[in-house]
Design a binder for this molecule. Structure first.
Ligand code: AHG
Ligand code: MN
Ligand code: MN
Ligand code: MN
Length: 337
């Protein structure tokens, strides 16, 4: 029987980030400490998600809803508290925006740092009771030069983020992150409590064979949207139709799109004029990651990362994925404009 080779030179997320920063001369202990705080939050949420059923953490949080109108699950609230407390106590954060808090949180002097973190503490929470993959999504801005840290520091285009990432909680915890120089994926080794580099330099295939959209909204779609998805389902003779995959957790749908290619969408339609996904802490981080992996992210007519948010819970339409698939989508929308 062949002996399992023991890896004695493990590349943890912390070590990898420090190596990357040394390469790009951005060594800043603050960023590394902030990322350690985010890793702590992800490990804590991963544990609670895994034990949710055992700890009776599934179900609604007493009927509360957030400002987006989502019914809050118990795990939405717990995950949010975990991240808010960890980020505040890190001393590296000036401003926080969470899906689960109506207003931006401005950290008190004494603990205020130089980064702004926008996050969706638990994405896909409608799936939690069924044990389907959920996740955390985050984006980080550096506070603007002359600012002490106000909500204006996060009402900026997503292209000004310095870090974007998500952690997907499934059979294992997978953290996917970009510091602006490519995308890397790490898997949590529960036995040592470290995220280990398992997916170095993720690149999205230039074209895929999968489309991912909630077809239950098809009766509300604008003509350009209908025309595009029909072109995938009823291709010219000789070409194979695309496969449909839709999990309903953005993190899981985007993770699959990043690794396999294809297109994920939450379009604007007659019912939801700006789509459903929130710009700051869902669309921006995922658009940042997909672009860093060689893909594209558009509203249909505008690059998502160029949008200037007007308020912290603004929504935006999004099509993201393989560069050629998204290019085809843009061409159909251009024809209808
Ligand atoms: P959240 O659970 O953070 O509120 O996000 C849910 C989002 C996103 O995860 C997913 O892509 C989308 O809702 C699914 O919406 P539909 O059920 O309308 O398709
Ligand atoms: Mn929600
Ligand atoms: Mn979400
Ligand atoms: Mn959420």
């Amino acid at each position: 029987m062949s002996e399992e080779k023991v890896t004695t030179d493990i590349i943890t997320l912390t070590r990898h980030v420090l190596d990357e920063q040394r390469k790009h001369k951005e060594a800043s202990g603050d960023l590394t400490l902030l990322l350690n705080t985010i890793q702590l939050g992800c490990k804590f949420v991963a544990t609670n998600v895994r034990k949710a059923r055992l700890l009776n953490l599934v179900g609604l949080a007493g009927g509360a809803t957030n400002i987006s109108g989502d019914e809050q699950k118990k795990l939405d609230v717990i995950s949010n508290e975990i991240f808010v407390n960890a980020l505040r106590s890190s001393g590296k954060v000036a401003v926080m925006v969470s899906e689960e808090d109506d207003e931006a949180i401005i950290v008190e002097d004494g603990l205020k740092g130089k980064y702004c973190v926008v996050f969706d503490p638990l994405d896909g929470s409608s799936n939690i009771d069924a044990g389907v993959n959920v996740g955390t999504i985050f984006g980080i801005y550096r506070v603007r030069e002359d600012s002490t840290g106000t909500v204006e520091d996060v009402l900026r285009p997503g292209r000004e983020m310095v870090i974007a990432g998500y952690c997907m909680y499934g059979s294992s915890a997978n953290l996917v992150i970009s510091l602006g120089n490519g995308v890397n994926g790490y898997t949590l080794d529960n036995s040592i409590g470290e995220f280990i580099l398992t997916h170095p330099n993720i690149k999205i295939p230039p074209r895929g064979k999968i489309y991912s959209v909630n077809e239950g909204n098809a009766s509300f779609w604008y003509p350009a949207c209908t025309e595009y998805f029909n072109s995938l389902k009823f291709p010219p003779s000789g070409k194979n139709p695309y496969s449909a995959r839709y999990i309903g957790s953005m993190v899981a749908d985007v993770h699959r799109t990043l690794l396999y290619g294809g297109i994920f969408a939450y379009p604007a339609d007659k019912k939801s004029k700006n789509g459903k996904l929130r710009l700051l802490y869902e669309c921006f981080p995922m658009a940042f990651l997909v672009e860093q992996a060689g893909g594209q992210a558009t509203t249909g007519t505008t690059r998502v990362l160029d949008i200037v948010p007007t308020q912290i819970h603004a929504r935006a339409p999004i099509f993201l994925g393989s560069k050629d698939d998204v290019e085809d989508l843009k061409n159909v929308y251009a024809k209808h404009s």
